[in-house]
Design a protein around this ligand. Structure first.
Ligand code: NAP
Length: 441
């Protein structure tokens, strides 16, 4: 005699880009999901704001409700795909209090209130799955949490925002300005009408905080993430980087470092970064995402794929839902999600990186010596230097200037800033054209 499969009730909060695809797959692929989960996943309802809104997918009208709190009651698994901080946070806490496991893709919420949610899930003995919150379809959180649990991660470099990667890639491949590349991204639907969250690095910063928390078992508060967006990256920066063999990417960088006092800690930053063109992350084009992990025993690993989009993100959401269902079916405690604070979160003063510095200088003898002396005085050593001569002037009198491009060895932010300030004061300097961090050399 075969035991009839158990049925688990699934409540879906939100039916937008991702939620509509999750609902579709739950309904269309019910048998396949049941075989994998060991229980049928019965979609009991979908909470939305507007019952008459047109949906991407045709779904039974009787599933829809505007009463999210009522939908939670009796659910075994709650899938939160509404976005935003509230009411998502309150509804997730309520779901835990009813004993439901929760799956979410809400990076903004996790970056802001992650610790509270992880603790509440632990206290209730239920699962909180959030694979979809970082890099969409790419399985990255589970490998960091589970597959690398026996290793020591030293650094995570991520292209975790598809919009900015699309814009920078367009600028690199077509020579477009930032404004033109952004307009194209908006036309194609890669960027929102208000692109601030993407182009100013807020979205990447939230994902970086989540990655750091998992990779280093340390709750990393969002306000400690150093964040710079890409709005200041010019076509000239991109062209100069290209000429020197680099590509510019917006990277989320989570790194194990030693503070000045020798205490290990974690730094997390998001900023435009020059990468050598042969670095694996340099080959990530368009709106794709990738996360590059460096671990002591495993060495270098790269995870690549679609970082957004309704259907790709639904894949990650359903993976978490099946996993939560299997634990409910098989029994046993949920795995604790609370970070146990192995290392402290450190600020930018603990970070050292190489820098690319572009200078427009008067073409006269002794300039290079003057500039090099200032670098030496500030303890910033030069790795490479290139010089290009420009001919200018349309009035018959040709004025010559030169472009000097330096790549430094690793230096602190403060040493670099002091160096650039002092260089700027030299009478032979027309302008400082670029100051960008370099990784991967
Ligand atoms: P979306 O298209 O804006 O959909 C949001 C849905 O939530 C809508 O159906 C909306 O209802 C519903 N909703 C919002 N506030 C509500 C409230 N107070 N009560 C009831 N329903 C409410 O969002 P999305 O793009 O699917 O993203 C969902 C989540 O996944 C977000 O946390 C996002 O960061 C995350 N995520 C998205 C992607 C992606 O590619 N889109 C990738 C990774 C992670 P109405 O339709 O009635 O307005």
């Amino acid at each position: 005699m075969t035991t009839p499969p158990q049925t688990l009730k699934v409540a879906l909060l939100g039916c937008g880009n991702v939620g509509s695809q999750v609902a579709r797959i739950l309904l269309e692929d019910a048998d396949r999901l049941a075989a994998r989960a060991g229980a049928r996943l019965e979609l009991t309802g979908i909470a939305v704001r507007n019952l008459s809104a047109e949906r991407d997918v045709e779904l039974p009208a009787e599933l829809f409700t505007t009463d999210a709190p009522a939908l939670l009651k009796g659910a075994d698994i709650v899938i939160e795909l509404m976005g935003g901080l509230e009411p998502a946070r309150g509804l997730i806490l309520e779901a835990f209090s009813h004993g439901a496991s929760v799956v979410t893709g809400n990076k903004a919420l996790l970056a802001e209130h992650g610790l509270e949610l992880y603790r509440a899930a632990d206290a209730a003995g239920v699962e909180l799955g959030y694979e979809a919150a970082v890099a969409g379809a790419i399985p990255i959180l589970r490998p960091i949490r589970d597959s690398l649990a026996g290793d020591k991660i030293t650094r995570v470099l991520g292209i975790v925002n598809g919009t900015t990667n699309y814009i920078l890639d367009q600028m690199d491949t077509t020579g477009a300005s930032f404004a033109d590349a952004l307009a194209e991204a908006q036309r194609l639907g890669y960027a929102e009408a208000d692109p601030t969250a993407d182009v100013e690095g807020f979205d990447a910063a939230a994902k970086a905080a989540i990655l750091a928390t998992l990779a280093f078992h340390t709750q990393f508060p969002l306000e400690h993430v150093h964040r710079e967006g890409i709005t200041g990256v010019t076509a000239a920066d991109i062209a100069a980087a290209k000429d020197a063999g680099y590509v510019i990417k917006l990277l989320a960088i989570c790194e194990l470092v030693e503070s000045a006092g020798g205490v290990p800690g974690v730094t997390v930053r998001v900023h435009p970064t020059l990468l050598p063109r042969q670095h694996p992350l340099a080959a990530v084009h368009g709106a794709f995402n990738a996360v590059f992990v460096e671990a002591e025993a495993a060495g270098e690993l790269m995870f690549y794929g679609q970082g957004a989009g309704g259907t790709p993100t639904a894949s990650a959401v359903l993976g978490d839902a099946v996993s939560a269902a299997r634990r409910i079916v098989l029994g046993g405690p949920a795995r604790p999600a609370t970070p146990h604070a192995e290392v402290p979160a450190l600020g930018m003063d603990a970070v050292t990186t190489s820098y690319y510095i572009g200078l427009d200088v008067a073409d006269q003898p002794g300039v290079l010596a003057k500039v090099s002396q200032i670098f030496a005085d500030h303890g910033v050593s030069i790795e490479t230097m290139r010089q290009t001569l420009h001919q200018e002037g349309s009035d018959g009198q040709t004025l010559a200037s030169a472009e000097l491009r330096f790549v430094t060895h690793r230096a602190s932010d403060s040493a670099l800033a002091a160096t650039v300030d002092a260089v700027r004061e030299l009478d032979v300097i027309n302008s400082v054209t670029s100051v960008l961090r370099v990784e991967g050399i």
